[in-house]
Design a protein around this ligand. Structure first.
Ligand code: ADP
Length: 393
């Protein structure tokens, strides 16, 4: 359905306007004078009925290509009413147009008046677009129309401003929340490092010292990852990431990444399933960062000892798809679409697992900038699979 024009219906002064607009569309479509008038009368009659009940209505005109013929449709959206197509109030309009339908949807009632256009009216997409342009640019004729149009523009502007304000308030709230989480997340490993360092100073046994130094090393890596993510985020937001694209032997690359991921996630077994060799053009370090993040999350959000499976699929020509599957806590349906948003963390995990909700956002940006796609499937309590695909040609 292609929308040609719409008018808000605020009071009965709009009725002549609806009649005129319907007639102009009929005329532009090349309908006979009597068809133009009948259709326009039916439209303004239904508008009169709804205006008697409520003052906030919308009339929109559409063209619909029903494969063998085109239909001109006038849809009047009004507050939800008990009106139906057999209502006494619509009897007159019903006599004038062949199809009058009433739908109730999303808290509104929609009344559709449909007129099949004669086959002699040859419409193409180009002609329809011209008509849309004509309706948009057609000069306002009466002062009332002009005021109404200006009023509508002001209402739209106010709506846009309100929306901008709402979004900026949400962003501000998210930023302060993020700053408090970030300082907490950074402080936690630092406190642990300090504690281990103090104990290590008193240790005489070199083996125990190495054990403590290992723990300090692990915590320092956590701080490093967080700082790296913060730096990446600011680079990404300012479009300052330079990608060094090169042809990469993907199987070899993935095997190396998985081997080192096994070392940094010693409590999980990672199995790898490779496919036919492919050589995509990619930034080696950035795609490694994507994999480290996905495998790291798979380990973080599943219990020790659970398996992680990394798989490559090249069955679709010119495309490689990597999946990272875990047997972890899973993600609820409502959260699944949000996990790729900046700073998002599912409620259930925030207390138990460290993180800033930046990893998947950064990952998504990297994949998109490689012209790839990223998505996830998950069942709560059973596990999640994250996928990304990259072009290989
Ligand atoms: P972080 O892990 O630092 O919170 P991410 O951006 O990597 O940030 O992930 C965002 C959120 O998505 C996580 O907080 C978590 O709620 C959810 N999530 C990501 N990966 C997984 C996974 N493998 N299993 C379950 N939940 C996940």
């Amino acid at each position: 359905m292609l929308e040609i024009s719409s008018i808000t219906l605020d009071n009965e002064m709009d009725l002549p306007l609806t009649h005129k607009r319907a007639a102009i569309i009929g005329q532009q479509l090349g309908l006979s004078l009597s068809t133009q008038t009948t259709f326009a009368t039916a439209v303004s009659e239904v508008c009169r009925v709804v205006l008697e009940r409520t003052l906030e209505n919308l009339l929109s005109f559409y063209l619909e290509d029903n494969s063998d013929r085109w239909f001109l449709i006038a849809t009047i959206r009004t507050a939800k009413t008990a009106l139906n197509k057999h209502a006494e109030e619509f009897k007159y309009a019903h006599r004038l147009v062949p199809i009058l339908e009433v739908r109730h949807q999303d808290g509104h009632t929609f009344i559709d008046l449909k007129l099949g256009l004669p086959r002699t009216v040859q419409l193409t997409k180009l002609k329809v677009n011209k008509l849309i342009q004509y309706m948009q640019n057609s000069i306002t004729i009466t002062p009332y129309e002009e005021i109404k149009q200006k009023n509508q523009e002001l209402i739209n502007l106010a709506g846009e401003r309100e929306e901008q304000l709402r979004l900026s308030n949400i962003l501000n709230a998210k930023k302060s929340e993020f700053l408090s989480i970030a300082s907490h997340e950074l402080r936690t490993p630092l406190t642990v490092i300090k504690a281990y360092a103090q104990v290590a100073k008193t240790l005489k046994d070199p083996n125990r010292l190495v054990e403590y130094l290992d723990k300090i090393d692990q915590q320092a890596s956590k701080v490093n990852v967080l700082i790296q993510q913060l730096m990446d985020l600011s680079k990404i937001e300012n479009d300052k990431v330079d990608y060094r694209m090169e042809r990469v032997d993907f199987n070899k690359f993935l095997s190396d990444v998985v081997t080192s991921a096994e070392l940094s996630n010693p409590n999980h077994h990672i199995s790898l399933e490779l496919a036919h060799p492919v050589h995509p053009s990619m930034d080696r370090l950035r795609i490694e960062q994507v994999l480290v993040n996905l495998i790291g999350n798979a380990a973080k959000y599943s219990a020790s000892g659970k398996n992680i499976t990394v798989k490559v699929d090249v069955s679709i020509p010119h495309l490689l798809t990597v999946s990272v599957a875990d047997q972890g806590v899973g993600i609820s349906k409502k959260d699944l679409s949000k996990v790729f948003e900046k700073f998002f963390r599912a409620d259930g995990v925030t207390k138990n697992v460290a993180g800033l909700g930046m990893g998947l956002y950064i990952t998504t940006r990297i994949i998109k900038e490689h012209n790839g796609k990223i998505w996830a499937e998950s069942t709560e309590g059973q596990g999640s699979t994250f996928y990304f695909s990259l072009p290989t040609n």
